[in-house]
Design a protein around this ligand. Sequence first.
Ligand code: NAP
Length: 247
Amino acid sequence: MNLTGKKAIVTGGSRGIGKAIVMELAAQGCSVVFTYQNSEEAAKQIEFEASKDDVKVLGFKANAASFQEAEKTIQFALENLGGVDILVNNAGITRDGLLLRMSEQDFDNVISANLKSVFNYTKAAIKPMMAQRYGKIVNIASVVAVIGNPGQANYVAAKAGVIGITKSNAKEFASRNINVNAVAPGFIATDMTAKLNDKQKESMLANIPIKREGKAEEVAKVVSFLCSSDADYITGQVISVDGGMAM
Ligand code: NAP
């Protein structure tokens, strides 16, 4: 894989899987604008660690749930990197709870951050990609989108939507040389899964044939492959990185 000279946008790149994706793309020679919502200090540190001679890595504070802020991010990337070749829609949140107790706000917020964000960034980035007749879009879904999970109706609905929009967009943009795929991580060690209690973690591990949590870097490698020319003939697919959890 070689992404020398490519220009990417990664949403939610300040921590966890998003940070690993930023670091991996930069290591492959790709310049990156990544967004975050709160983690200003962490963003500065990533800029410092990942930038090198021909690789610019820049953080940009933007709420992925806002279409206007998505447009501002694309503008920032066009001005500072000179184009957009790759878009990774990674930003996401959980607000878990059984449906009977789930508030309308927790449902709406999870749909906005995980699903509407994919619409926002794809719509904002697609014009420059279509004009240059080149683009790679990778959406981060989740294994639960296909198997369901009690206590996560909002999150599972959002991630199932991410798979749907991935397939529709793959069909819409294939003729413009734009590939759209999804990666579905399983149980990956990040701040998001650190919130689970021991019982929830044990029950997750019991369903993973490989018998361990995944690493953010293991997801990032697959994302980077899908962003490379090695994956030119792959579109509309959902690639699981889940230790065999869903098969
Ligand atoms: P994480 O550690 O909680 O990190 C989330 C990242 O997204 C942070 O950089 C955060 O920014 C950013 N973010 C959240 N809401 C945002 C918003 N509205 N606008 C902009 N940025 C926002 O999560 P993670 O585990 O790395 O998850 C990354 C993606 O993988 C998510 O889409 C998640 O659903 C998916 N996923 C994770 C797992 C897992 O096991 N960890 C499994 C399947 C799928 P701040 O730092 O500024 O808050």
